[in-house]
Design a protein around this ligand. Structure first.
Ligand code: ASP
Length: 318
């Protein structure tokens, strides 16, 4: 298992950092305000300036690009496509050991799943974020960024990863599980793949490897990608929402089911009609942890409803 720190590595590699916004680049007018801030204000170069260790002897070479500047609640397919294409180009450069992507926490698990699904990543592609803005008294972004670069520069690491609060996650099982704490992410029953302790990587499981779906098989214009929506099952659920979506031309549906794949009978009847009309329906669970098992298991058994939306959309393009 690799265990190497920035200070120990003999040949500095090149890590490319792609900025996309998020709270890690957020600012507040009041220092110390952890919630009243605007995301996506600081450039990726400014974020680097807050981490002197990345300019110290022995640190990897760093290149930084601002790919987008948005609050990740507003993430869109066009940005996803641009991001995946740019990462693919960068990974092909022999001197690039890995790519770090600064991102918001709100949709990080979706972007992680997207990249995991479409990229062959023989080198690390590391999403990094923060729960507190750059102006916070104890901002978590600089440490997370240092940790992410350490992972991206470590020989032998591969796959789409997320680094937050000293933990390294894969896309599978990844969820934002807390609204406020700096340790906001979980990875379900599997837990993190590795942890970072003072720049040292301690690895528990193998690095993830996605299916490496060719990006050039995707329609060039994201507006041509199939429309997949999520409906949720809950007390008092009705079928009207599903019928409205079908009338509007939805191409696939994910149902965020209760428990181990159960769905309210009203909604279930509408979903059965959708399937009869040729619109696939995938079940995911609205539970925070666990996977669908037994008869409920299907292609989205281990995915959050939001990740399942991406998976179904891609499957409709096959
Ligand atoms: N709304 C922010 C975002 O996702 C939240 C964060 O980054 O923590 O961009």
């Amino acid at each position: 298992m690799p265990s190497i720190s920035l200070a120990e590595r003999s040949t500095p590699a090149t890590v490319v950092i792609l900025g996309t916004g998020g709270t890690i680049a957020g600012t507040s007018a009041r220092p110390g305000d952890n919630v009243g801030y605007t995301a996506a204000q600081r450039s990726v170069q400014d974020l680097l300036a807050a981490v002197p260790a990345l300019a110290a002897p022995g640190a990897p070479g760093i290149e930084a690009e601002q790919l987008a500047q948005l609050d990740s609640k507003d993430m869109d397919h066009a940005t996803w496509l641009a991001l995946a294409q740019r990462v693919q180009q960068l990974l092909a450069r022999p001197e690039v050991s890995g790519v770090v992507i600064t991102h918001g926490t709100d949709t990080l698990e979706e972007t992680a799943w997207w990249l995991h699904s479409v990229l062959a990543a023989p080198k690390p592609v590391v999403l990094v974020a923060a729960m507190r803005p750059a102006t916070a008294l104890a901002a978590d972004g600089p440490q997370n960024l240092l940790d992410a670069v350490t992972v991206a520069a470590t020989p032998g690491v591969a796959g789409v990863l997320a680094v937050l609060a000293g933990q390294v996650f894969g896309a599978t099982g990844l969820r934002k599980a807390h609204t406020y704490r700096t340790q906001a992410f979980t990875a379900g029953d599997g837990g993190p793949i590795a942890v970072l302790e003072e720049g040292q990587l301690r690895q528990f499981r193998a690095w993830p490897q996605g299916p490496g779906r060719a990006l050039d098989r995707l329609p060039a214009r994201p507006q041509d990608w199939p429309w997949v929506e999520i409906v949720s099952s809950h007390a008092g659920a009705r079928g009207d929402g599903v019928r409205a979506l079908l009338a509007a031309g939805v191409r696939g549906l994910v149902v965020a089911s209760t428990g181990n794949g159960t769905v309210h009978r009203e909604l279930e009847a509408a979903l059965a009609s959708a399937q009869a009309a040729g619109v696939p329906v995938w079940r995911a669970t609205r539970c925070a942890d666990g996977v669908l098992i037994g008869a409920a298991a299907g292609p989205a058994a281990a995915l959050s409803p939001w990740q399942a939306r991406v998976a179904l959309m891609l499957s409709l393009l096959d």
